[in-house]
Design a protein around this ligand. Structure first.
Ligand SMILES: [Mn+2]
Length: 447
């Protein structure tokens, strides 16, 4: 079957998944993907170890540019080309149907996210339940204080609605971290304000302003604000409410396309317009949070970065509400594909590439944008989240799918044997896979 293409990175401490009930049927049916059984001797790859010991420290190289992680200041990034990666696998991702994780699993995932080097871990929604509160608190205490030798430690963030109880609960959970953040949100679209909140624009604006101020008053100097459903909100109202929360002390403004309705040029224009028209915007970080309902979450996130966003919210494997979120792996590889090829591939394979996009195209197409992610830890993180959540990947998932490095047609295999760059834009080693066959390629089918 497709997964036999790789030596699956099994974690010895992983619990058996047989106890997990996935709402999805086993996927993929192997027979659909291989007309003849692959020869395992030629197909095996294995996972390169992903540990802090093998990690090439990102903070050890002086000066700006790839390989350097700028100092963490909530509302400012010393290098204008650095893009923060905010991982919400444990919050938005855990909201996926059937994806509930135990506290132990959440802590494991958080540790793996720190190995990846994500800048911010959204660890949960502390007011949602006592378990969620305790999980966020444990992650804040343990992962949020594990400073590595380069000085890196992830920010630990808790989500809260715009009310005092939620915000206090988020703070009580994250305050143990070295770098705690409160993320608070309220809907700003006409549809949400009228039917869900039953509040006027003026009321919503006052709640947002006072609750950001309240979060700051607790002693938290890192406050993120999200106008929920920004993708369908009136732009003039967005400029106004964002300007007000900046004055109230917000340090990151996250722009969610909550229902995944925007197209890349539209979402990029929204970020550009917010950047051009919001008073005080130069003193804060603009963030994106793109849902994948039209399969465009990764493309929209990258369009946002091109327009000035310097934080992207993503999840491992793209899991999340409904069709999921932008996927971490996909965005990171942006740094070496052509824009056209990138957009076509993203459209067809919407789940996994934010990080790899930066790696592939950041230099040439994105004016030098880069992230601090150690891409060699991607496969390990992907497998862990897949096993823990029971949400299996499609085999043709970009970057981390079982077939992502498999070459099927004779023409492609011939090209690969002559020179890998003919059909390989990312080497498997870059994401933590190792080739072990003589030709050094992963073949999808042998004729
Ligand atoms: Mn979301």
């Amino acid at each position: 079957m497709a997964s036999s293409l790789f030596t699956s990175p099994k974690f010895s401490h992983f619990p058996s998944l047989s106890s997990k009930s996935s709402p999805f049927p086993p996927f993929p049916p192997p027979a659909l993907y291989f007309r003849s059984p692959p020869s395992t001797s030629l197909l095996k790859t294995s996972v390169i170890s992903c540990s802090l010991n093998s990690y090439v420290s990102l903070g050890s190289r002086p000066g700006p540019g790839p390989g350097h992680r700028p100092d963490y200041i909530p509302n400012y990034i010393p290098d204008p080309n650095y893009v923060r990666i905010f991982d919400t696998t444990l919050r938005d991702g855990e909201q996926s149907p059937g994806a509930a994780l135990t506290s132990k699993e959440k802590l494991d995932v958080a540790r793996q996210l720190a190995k990846l080097g994500v800048d911010i871990i959204e660890a949960g929604f502390p007011a949602a339940s006592k378990d969620d509160f305790e999980a966020v608190k444990t992650i804040a205490k343990e992962v949020g204080n594990a400073v590595d030798k380069t000085g890196y430690v992830p920010v630990i963030c808790g989500l809260s609605r715009c009310n005092e109880n939620d915000i206090r609960s988020a703070w009580e959970a994250v305050k143990y971290a070295k770098r705690p953040r409160i993320h608070t949100f309220i809907a700003t679209s006409g549809i949400h304000m009228e039917y869900k909140l039953k509040k006027t624009k003026e009321e919503v604006l006052e709640i947002a302003r006072s609750m950001v101020r309240f979060a700051r008053s607790l002693g938290c100097d890192d406050v993120e604000f999200s106008p929920e459903d920004a993708g369908r909100s009136d732009k003039e109202f967005l400029y106004e409410i964002l300007g007000e929360v900046i004055k109230a002390g917000a340090t990151t403004l996250n722009i969610p396309d909550t229902v995944g309705i925007t197209l890349p040029n539209e979402f990029g224009q929204l970020i550009a317009d917010i950047k051009a028209n919001t008073p005080g915007i130069e003193d804060v970080i603009i963030s994106t949070h793109c849902q994948n309902d039209l399969g465009l979450a990764t493309a929209n996130s990258l369009a946002g970065a091109a327009a000035g966003a310097r934080q992207l919210e993503v999840t491992i494997n793209g899991i999340g509400e409904r069709a999921g979120n932008a996927s971490l792996e996909e965005a990171l590889l942006w740094s070496s594909w052509t824009q056209f090829f990138y957009e076509v591939v993203t459209f067809l394979s919407p789940i996994h590439p934010v990080v790899m996009a930066f790696k592939c195209k950041g230099k040439d197409i994105l004016g030098g944008l880069y992230t601090g992610i150690d891409t060699r830890c991607i496969v390990m993180a992907s497998k862990m989240v897949e096993e823990y959540t029971g949400l299996n990947l499609q085999p043709h998932k970009a970057i981390v799918g079982a077939n992502a490095f498999a070459h099927e047609s004779g023409i492609h295999q011939d090209g690969m044997l002559k020179h890998k760059s003919t059909y390989e834009i990312i080497s498997p080693e870059e994401i933590g896979l190792e080739r072990s066959n003589e030709a050094g390629i992963v073949l999808g089918k042998l004729r």
